[in-house]
Design a protein around this ligand. Structure first.
Ligand code: FAD
Length: 316
């Protein structure tokens, strides 16, 4: 069976949800091996095994994480050669895409980014890819080398399946060239207590229709355990931080459920959310373009609808 390397999405040893999703996908394609770069593999071992990792390759050499992403591409290239892996799954975030691009050049392989689904095909993985800022969905597969695929968060529902979870240390050879840039300081972002926007299973977003009062949006989001997003109009007005902007010039999200409140549905906003599995909109204007792409639409005032929905979810 083909070996599938999965680059584990983690921060300071804390495994993020996409890792379990990618291991679930990896099991469809072959035998999953998790690649854990940085300290903490021992702690993460049980969790990764629980989602089907047969092997966990730990790379704890500090040089692997002190020099931005270049060493990680070298490490994966060495592991592709060592294991003969024919598929490499990498998180589709900005660091992951840079690692993947470097790896594709090193291994002379094809690369697919922004995959929202990956299934086993007759001659390798077949991906559904979200391209042009999410405005097109395309099916593609790699025809040369190892299939290097960047997978977006929420592309699979994590399913447990016990793997051997055998831990193995790998000592890479990291070139001087890969060490040419160094991390000099890193500080964690202030935590809101809500899930990360691009990883959240549910996103509730507010737009100009909030008039700057995001409390109904936040209240509904917190009841659902959701992340809060915003349209550019809301961000440009200074009502919500740019890091929460969804759309062509913001973040691209693909949650199980996306709720757009007081958002008209401009093409640039759609580009960031239209691959969401279920889309719900609340808008006063029944002609608002957002209603063209929703699964459920509520024509109404968000200041009435969202508090009622919040109470209904809370069972009041
Ligand atoms: P509006 O279009 O003003 O819509 C507000 C909606 O709220 C209306 O439909 C109205 O009926 C409704 N409403 C008002 N009051 C209520 C109420 N009380 N209850 C319910 N509904 C109410 N936009 C993005 O979002 N993300 C991007 O990344 C992005 N990138 C862009 C890049 C470029 C190059 C350009 C040119 C534009 C970009 N835009 C982006 C802007 C985009 O074109 C729209 O202007 C923006 O999305 C509009 O935001 P909105 O829907 O919140 O506001």
């Amino acid at each position: 069976m083909t070996d599938v390397l999965v680059l584990v999405d983690q921060i300071n040893g804390e495994v993020k949800k996409p890792a379990a999703e990618m291991l679930t996908i990896a099991r469809r394609l072959g035998t999953p091996t998790a690649v854990f770069i940085g300290p903490g593999a021992e702690t993460a071992k049980d969790l990764l095994g629980r989602y089907g990792a047969e092997k966990i390759i730990s790379v704890s050499d500090p040089a692997a994480t002190e020099h931005l992403v270049a060493p990680q591409a070298e490490i994966l290239a060495q592991l592709v050669e060592k294991t003969g892996a024919s598929v490499v799954l990498i998180p589709s975030n900005s660091a992951g895409k840079e690692i993947a691009a470097r790896l594709a050049v090193k291994t002379e392989s094809g690369l697919i980014t922004d995959a929202v689904d990956v299934q086993a095909g007759e001659s390798g993985p077949e991906t559904t890819q979200s391209v042009f800022a999410g405005s097109w969905t395309v099916r593609s597969s790699v025809t040369k080398g190892a299939a290097i695929i960047c997978v977006k968060p929420n592309s699979a529902t994590p399913e447990q399946a016990q793997g051997a979870g055998e831990l193995e240390e790998f000592t890479p050879e990291i070139s001087e060239q890969a060490k040419a840039a160094k991390v000099t300081a890193s500080e964690p972002k202030k935590q809101s207590g809500r899930p990360e926007l691009t990883e959240a299973a549910i996103v509730v977003s507010g737009g100009r229709g909030t008039g700057g009062d995001f409390s109904p949006v936040e209240g509904f989001a917190d009841t659902l355990g959701a992340a809060v997003g915003a349209s550019r109009a809301a961000v440009d007005a200074g009502w919500y931080p740019h890091s929460s902007q969804v759309g062509q010039t913001g973040k691209q999200v693909s949650p199980q459920l996306y709720v757009a409140a007081g958002i008209s549905g401009a093409i640039q906003h759609r580009a960031g959310m239209q691959t969401s599995k279920t889309i719900v909109a609340v808008n006063k204007d029944e002609e608002a373009p957002i209603f063209e792409l929703v699964d459920f639409g509520v024509v109404g005032d968000l200041f009435q609808v969202l508090p009622q929905a919040t109470e209904a979810v809370q069972g009041k």
